[in-house]
Design a protein around this ligand. Structure first.
Ligand code: PEP
Length: 237
């Protein structure tokens, strides 16, 4: 069972999302788990049974006077139990730091929401990525009482660029992440890969056993591409 997490980011109009949902509801995803993360206003339009919903973000405060924010309680009241936290676009454009990320993670654990924590190195850091990932994991998780969590390894230089690490690099990095989470945090967590996943590279990526799933941006916007990716993953190996 692989996790397939589609991150629609700030894309699609209401008309487009309605047609997307119609086609999404027809996709067969039985061997794997599909989690769709649309923009907030569209969450309640999704009505299919073949996927779960996730949020692209959550406020770091519980409730109250925080104009423009959406709280964890509001999300859970919509039946949402997955939230992407610390995506590199938020770290870069919105200056999200580890203190903020830790607060969001803590709220997720309090409300039994499963966070999908994104970490990854930028191009200059490629050769020392283990160090970078270690620091991102520790600064986000320090002092928290951990519950279920999904880690997303997303090399920043791979997001939306068409470039992906070699199979060997992904294998070694994910293997290291799983071992680190076990030895330092005593948990076996799922680790997904994100960065330019598409129908052309999914068969090759699917040969890496360490990958527990995929976080997919650009390709998940085109329903035909998402469908093709799912079809490849649905085939029994
Ligand atoms: C992402 O934004 O998390 C992502 C993986 O995007 P893309 O698939 O477009 O590289």
């Amino acid at each position: 069972m692989k996790l397939i997490i589609s991150n629609l980011k700030m894309n699609l109009t209401l008309e487009e999302i309605k047609s997307y949902i119609q086609q999404l509801n027809e996709i067969k995803c039985q061997r794997n788990k599909l989690i769709v993360c649309p923009s907030y206003p569209y969450l309640s339009y999704f009505n299919g049974k073949n996927y779960s919903l996730g949020s692209q973000n959550v406020a770091s405060e519980k409730m109250g006077a925080f104009t423009g924010e959406v709280s964890i309680e509001q999300l859970t009241s919509l039946g949402i139990h997955y939230v992407i936290i610390g995506h590199s676009e938020r770290r870069t454009h919105l200056k999200e730091d580890s203190d903020l990320i830790r607060k969001k993670l803590s709220l997720c654990f309090d409300y039994d929401v499963i966070p999908i924590l994104c970490i990854g190195e930028n191009l200059e850091e490629k050769e020392k990525r283990t160090e970078v990932l270690k620091s991102q994991i520790d600064s986000a998780l320090q002092g928290l009482k951990l519950k279920d969590i999904i880690l997303a390894y997303e090399p920043v230089w791979s997001i939306g660029t068409g470039f992906i690490p070699t199979r060997e690099e992904i294998k070694n990095t994910l293997d290291w992440m799983k071992k680190y989470m076990k030895s330092h945090y005593s948990i076996e967590c799922k680790v997904v890969y994100g960065g330019s996943v598409n129908p052309r590279n999914i068969e090759s990526l699917n040969q890496i056993e360490e990958i527990d799933g995929y976080l997919i941006g650009g390709a998940s916007l085109k329903i035909e591409e998402l469908k093709r990716i799912i079809e490849v993953l649905e085939v029994e190996k």
